[in-house]
Structures are given as structure tokens and as C-alpha cells.
Design a protein around this ligand. Sequence first.
Ligand SMILES: Cc1cc2nc3c(=O)[nH]c(=O)nc-3n(C[C@H](O)[C@H](O)[C@H](O)COP(=O)(O)OP(=O)(O)OC[C@H]3O[C@@H](n4cnc5c(N)ncnc54)[C@H](O)[C@@H]3O)c2cc1C
Length: 382
Amino acid sequence: MEAYTEIREAVAKLCAGFPGSYWRALDRDMAYPTEFVNALTEGGYLSVLIPEAYGGSGLPLSAAAAILEEVQRAGCNGGACHAQMYTMGTLLRHGSDAQKAEYLPAIAEGRLRLQAFEVTEPTSGTDTGSLKTTARREGDHYVVNGQKIWTSRAEHSDLMLLLARTTPRTEGMKRTDGLSVLLIDMRAAKGNGLTIRPIRTMMNHATTEVFFDDLRVPAENLIGEEGRGFRYILSGMNAERILIAAECVGDAKWFIDKAKAYASERSVFGRPIGANQGVQFPIAQAYANMRAAELMVREALTLYEGGANPGAEANMAKMLAADASFEAANACIQTHGGFGFAEEYDVERKFRETRLYQVAPISTNLILAYLSEHVLGLPRSY
Ligand SMILES: Cc1cc2nc3c(=O)[nH]c(=O)nc-3n(C[C@H](O)[C@H](O)[C@H](O)COP(=O)(O)OP(=O)(O)OC[C@H]3O[C@@H](n4cnc5c(N)ncnc54)[C@H](O)[C@@H]3O)c2cc1C
């Protein structure tokens, strides 16, 4: 039985107010789903992980997973706001009491948005240790210079978390040491050393590139200790992977339901196409794979909530769920024949949206490399 039945039903009801026509119109204009994100915020869904003492609901990660799964299952796109759930964990776990008191209640109330985080750079890609953006301490400020890419939702967020190099890399130094996390208030920074440029992508994802030119950030906005930022970002990655996996399970369920319905109602050669094994088997296979991925998501959640560090399970959940959703997307488009490519069925839009999760926030290859090295004990391949 699925957990959080009431939350799931409430999210499904909210999502019913944002049908395919809403998403198609946004998709055409590459516009941000402001009304949808506002509705989720007002419903308190984006602050479920914030402790009650700071105005949130203090629920565990599995509640956030249930919410995001339902969003995707309803045909909506949580990519517009999912980062608020896992980015906020860095502030929660590593921020000072003063930072938490300043930002968390405002985020919980929906007055502040923490939707953007910046790790990826154009030249370093997955190799985070070689990122080049610097934050140089000058008195009571850091001065930030460099460039980030794929900073999603930057135009629709008030705050962003930045990973930058505060200590130059020297011989013998661990490549991931000397990186720090800064919380940037973009309202003050825009036009004062921070420039954001949107990137048009195959799906509507509100992603951007961000340029820093002597941006001054108050030193009090450093999260945790200087030089330990990579560890702080890493500690949030399990949550991020598990939540993205839950979204992919939701996507897979949407594709399977859609394919099932169409296969039952579309008649060719005098009978429903779903009566043909060639049509029904790919849908059945997608269902089996979705269920297996769902079990791995649950395993990762159980371990995470038990206080373990489920790097392997979070990675496997993300990989298996992303594969399951893309396989279900493929079966769904095939089941729809030509209509799978028509905008009004929403299948092609969801197909484009779920394709992302083979690459972001971590690509399948890097997950396989992690499992090879850390679980199977094979030599490090990179
Ligand atoms: C729409 C979108 C939104 C995003 N949002 C954000 C965001 O909000 N914040 C953020 O920081 N980042 C974000 N990202 C970045 C995303 O996390 C990266 O694109 C992803 O981690 C891959 O990095 P890369 O694009 O630099 O690829 P690269 O690192 O250049 O890799 C390219 C390809 O080579 C493969 N590869 C690289 N090295 C190896 C190796 N050693 N072994 C085997 N294969 C390898 C990879 O698997 C990949 O398929 C987003 C990306 C996209 C497309």
C-alpha cells in the first residue's frame, strides 16, 4: 500500500487544476508555471521538509517523495520547483542558527524562494573538483568571479546556493577541498555583478547560465566552514537522487496509464490495439520495471530515514527509475502511433521532459562508475 494517502490525494486534486492544456501553453512559450508553483507553495507542499520550529511540517523525505511522485503521475512537471525540497537541506543541515532563523521561516511561508543551486560549469562538467568559479575573501565580503551553466530556475528564485573555490588548488591538495558554499541573495545581486541568461532546451525547464563579475557577497552568507563545501553538497545528493527517482516513478505511472487507456480504446483491424501482444507486452514490461524501481526508491528512503548514508541505493534508485520512466515513455509513444507525436496528447511533451533524467542531476554513466568502484570494488575509472 502507498504511504501518505491523504497527501497524495490532496496533491492529485491540486494537480487536476493544471491539466495538459496548461502545460502545453507554457511549453510553447517556454514559460514558467508560476501559478502551479504558487499553488504548491500555498498548499505547504514545498516546505514539508522544513522543521516545525521554522514553520514547516517537519515531515520525512518519504513525504516529499510522495508529493513529487504524485505531481509527475498527474502529468505536471515538478522540475519547476523540486530543488526547493533538496537544496534547502544544505541550509538545514549546515547553516548557522542565525541563517536558519533568517531564511527558513520565510521559505516555509512562501515569501522567499530557494529554487536555484549552482554546481555545474561549462568547462568542468561532472568533474566538480575542477570547477573554476572563485570566491575571494576581501574583508567582510567574498568577491565572486566565474560562470555557471544549467542553473535551473535562477530567474524564478530569490536565493541561490553557489559552490565556488575559496582556496586555490595546489599540488597534493584533495581536488574537492577548498570549495565553499555561499548563499546568494539574487534580488540584491542582479545587475551588481550577477547576470542570468536563459538557455532554450528541448523541454521547458527554465534553465540558465549565470555570470559573476566581481559580485560581492557578505561573508556571513558562507554556509558552514570555508573549504568544506563539497561535503555539504554531497550530503544533499542522496536526497536529491531519491526525490528525482520518485518523480521518475510518477512519470512511468503516467505513461503506463496513458498507454493502457489508449491501447484499450484505439481500434485498428476491427479490435483494440491492446489485444495484440506486440502492443501490450512493452506496456507490461514497463510496468514491471517501474515496480522494481519503486521498490528501490522505498529501500533508499527507508535507509535514509533510518539515518544511514544510502549512496548506492539512492544512485541505483535514480538510475533504475530514470530508465523505467524513459522505457515507459517509449512504450507510450509507440502505443499511440502517429498520435504520440501530436502535441495535444501530452505524450511527446512528457517524453521530452523525462529524457532529462538520464543525464541530470547525474548521468547514468557516473552512477555505474560509482557502483563499479564503491560497491563492486573495481578500479576507479576516472
Ligand atoms: C536541463 C538541465 C538542468 C540542469 N540543472 C542544473 C542545476 O540546477 N544546477 C546544476 O548545478 N547543474 C544542473 N544541470 C547540470 C547537470 O547536472 C549536468 O548536465 C550533468 O551532471 C552532466 O554534466 P555535463 O553536462 O557537464 O556532462 P559532462 O560531464 O561533460 O559529460 C558528458 C557525457 O560524458 C559522460 N562522461 C563524462 N565523464 C565520464 C566518465 N568518466 N565515464 C563515463 N562517462 C563519462 C557523461 O555521462 C555524459 O553522458 C542541469 C542540466 C540540464 C541539462
